[in-house]
Design a protein around this ligand. Structure first.
Ligand SMILES: Cc1ncc(C[n+]2csc(CCOP(=O)(O)OP(=O)(O)O)c2C)c(N)n1
Ligand SMILES: [Mg+2]
Length: 315
C-alpha cells in the first residue's frame, strides 16, 4: 500500500506540472488551481474509500478526480475544453465530474460542496445505502454560512459524511488568522457536537490512517466526522497570484516537508523502495501524462451549433 501511495502522489504531481506548462502555452485557459504540495491528502484519503462511496471536491480537484478513478485522458481533455473530457469540455479545470466513479465535482463556489455532500449523504441514508460521502474543501470554507449549516444538519441528522478539510493556511491571499477569531477548525466542528480529528496532512501514511478511522466511524453509523488535514500549497493560489501575502522563506520551510520526497525517503529507509523503483514509478507517471496530452490534443471541439444545448432548453 505504501508504495502505491507514492505512485498516486507522483501521478498527481506530474499531471499538474504538465498542466502548468500547458497553461503557459495557452492550451489550457480559464482558471487553474494547482494542488502541488497537498498531494498526500487526496492520496491518503482516497485509498480509504470504497467503490460505492461518493466524493465531492473543490476547484483544486484534479488530483482527487484522478485518484478516484477518472482517467487522466478524460481529465486532460476536460482541461483543454474538448468534448472527450469528463464534463464534455464544458466544465474545465474547476468542474471535473464523473458520475460513473461517483465523483460529484469540482465546485467553484467556496463551501459549495458541503451542502451537496450533506444532500448526497441524506439520500444514501434515506435509501438505506451504505456509502460514505467524502467531502474535500479548503479552510476558507469555514467563513461561509454553508459550512455552519452543513455541520449543523449533518450532525443533527446523523448523516454519513466525512468532511475532509484541507487546511493550507490561506484562502487566496488571506491567512486564516487574519479572518478567523477561532483558528482551531476542529473546535468549530466540535461546537456542533461533531467528532473531529486533526492530522499532519503532509504525511501520506498519517492521512491514510486518519481517513480510515474517519470512514470507519461513518460506516459504523456514528454519524459525520470532521477531519482537519494540515497541509500547504507550494504554488500560487491560481495562475494569477503574485503571492505577496507570504514570505518565500515560509514556502521553502514547508517544501522541506514535501509529501513525495519525505515519503520516498521513509520507504527507502524501511527497505521498501529502491531508487530504480522510484524512477520506474516516475517514468510511468510521465508516460501517462504524455498519453493524456496526446489524447487531449487529438480531441474535438464541440460544434458551435451545439453550444446552447443543455443550457436553458432541451434541444
Ligand atoms: C462563495 C465564494 N466566495 C468567494 C470566492 C472566491 N474565491 C475563490 S477561491 C477562494 C479561497 C478559498 O480558499 P480555501 O477554501 O482555503 O481553499 P484553497 O484555495 O486554499 O484550496 C475564494 C475566496 C468563491 N469562489 N466563492
Ligand atoms: Mg486554503
Amino acid at each position: 500500500m505504501t508504495v502505491e501511495l507514492l505512485a498516486d502522489m507522483l501521478r498527481i504531481r506530474r499531471m499538474e506540472e504538465k498542466c502548468a506548462e500547458l497553461y503557459g502555452e495557452g492550451k489550457i485557459r480559464g482558471f487553474l488551481h494547482l494542488y502541488i504540495g497537498e498531494e498526500a491528502v487526496a492520496a491518503g484519503a482516497m485509498r480509504a474509500l470504497e467503490k460505492g462511496d461518493n466524493v465531492v471536491a473543490t476547484y483544486r480537484e484534479h488530483g482527487h478526480a484522478l485518484l478516484r478513478g477518472v482517467s487522466m485522458d478524460a481529465i486532460m481533455a476536460e482541461m483543454y475544453g474538448k468534448q472527450e473530457g469528463c464534463s464534455r469540455g464544458r466544465g474545465g479545470s474547476m468542474h471535473l465530474f464523473d458520475a460513473a466513479t461517483r465523483f460529484y465535482g469540482g465546485n467553484a463556489i467556496v463551501a459549495g460542496g458541503l451542502p451537496l455532500a450533506a444532500g448526497l449523504a441524506l439520500a444514501a441514508k434515506l435509501q438505506k445505502e451504505k456509502r460514505v460521502t467524502a467531502c474535500f474543501f479548503g479552510e476558507g470554507a469555514v467563513a461561509e454560512g454553508a459550512f455552519h449549516e452543513s455541520m449543523n444538519l449533518a450532525q443533527l441528522w446523523g448523516l454519513p459524511v466525512a468532511y475532509f478539510c484541507e487546511n493550507n493556511l490561506y484562502a487566496m491571499g488571506t491567512a486564516l488568522a487574519r479572518s478567523e477569531s477561532q483558528t482551531d477548525l476542529c473546535v468549530k466542528a466540535a461546537s456542533y457536537g461533531m467528532a473531529t480529528l486533526k492530522v499532519d496532512g503532509m504525511d501520506v501514511v498519517a492521512v491514510h490512517e486518519a481517513a480510515q478511522r474517519a470512514c470507519g466511524h461513518v460506516r459504523a453509523g456514528k454519524g459525520p466526522i470532521f477531519v482537519e488535514f494540515q497541509t500547504y500549497r507550494f504554488r500560487a493560489h491560481s495562475m494569477f497570484d503574485p503571492e505577496l501575502y507570504r514570505e518565500k522563506s515560509e514556502v521553502e520551510e514547508w517544501k522541506k516537508r514535501g509529501p513525495i520526497h519525505t515519503h520516498s525517503a521513509r520507504l527507502k529507509k524501511q527497505g521498501d523502495l529502491t531508487e530504480a523503483r522510484f524512477l520506474e514509478l516516475d517514468a510511468a507517471a510521465q508516460a501517462e501524462v504524455e498519453k493524456a496530452v496526446a489524447f487531449a490534443e487529438a480531441g474535438t471541439w464541440e460544434p458551435i451549433a451545439d453550444l446552447t444545448k443543455h443550457v436553458t432548453t432541451p434541444q
